[in-house]
Ligand binder design. Structure first.
Ligand code: HEC
Length: 167
């Protein structure tokens, strides 16, 4: 083996050792940081859902029920031509709709949405534009979704994907 090759090999081996030792000494810090970021994200998400739960109780529960159970006989039209508030739990039809439609229904209200969908019906669902921010509406919807069983969440996620593709 020539002198040059030997020197090169020594430098190469030293470099590999340096890289490996740097990797092993930095790795625990890297993993701890990754874990910290993940748990911070989980805390933020939990705080957001808690905010959604409180806003739901303040703004929606009077009609849609404290436990998202809706009004009694919610499928039967009332004398004034409106429908009673439907449940937001898995027994209702909230999960039959994609995210954007649920958002628009909440923000713009039933009258605007039914008109947009070409349905002629009086609505008892108020518009929350100006009363809740977009972020607050999404937090409420995410709280509602967080109460559904996984199977229902998956079906609703498929609905959202379908509606996003077919807009
Ligand atoms: C004054 C009563 C009332 C309040 C308060 C109310 N809703 Fe409604 N909501 C209704 C009624 C009634 C309907 C039935 C559809 C219609 O009449 O347009 C409805 C329908 C909906 C729908 C669409 C139907 C579906 O499939 O679920 C969504 C989404 C909805 N409400 C979300 C909310 C959210 C979120 C809040 C709180 C920010 C809220 N509602 C507050 C009465 C209300």
């Amino acid at each position: 083996m020539g002198e040059h090759v030997k020197k090169f090999l020594i430098v190469a081996v030293a470099a590999v050792i340096a890289i490996l030792s740097a990797w092993f000494s930095l790795r625990p810090a890297y993993l701890a940081e990754k874990e910290r970021v993940a748990s911070e994200a989980a805390d933020n998400e939990a705080a957001r859902l808690e905010m959604g739960r409180q806003l739901y109780q303040q703004s929606c529960a009077a009609c849609h029920g404290a436990n998202l159970e809706g009004a009694e006989n919610w499928q039967t039209q009332l004398a004034d031509g409106t429908l009673p508030p439907p449940p937001h739990d898995e027994t209702g039809h909230t999960w039959h709709h994609g995210d954007q439609l649920l958002f628009d229904y909440t923000k713009l209200g039933g009258a605007a949405m039914l008109a947009r969908m070409g349905v002629e019906m009086k609505s008892g669902m108020p518009a929350f534009e100006g009363k809740l921010t977009d972020e607050e509406i999404w937090a409420i919807l995410d709280y509602i979704k967080s109460t559904w069983p996984q199977r229902i969440r998956d079906l609703q996620a498929e609905r959202t994907a379908f509606e996003n593709e077919n807009q």
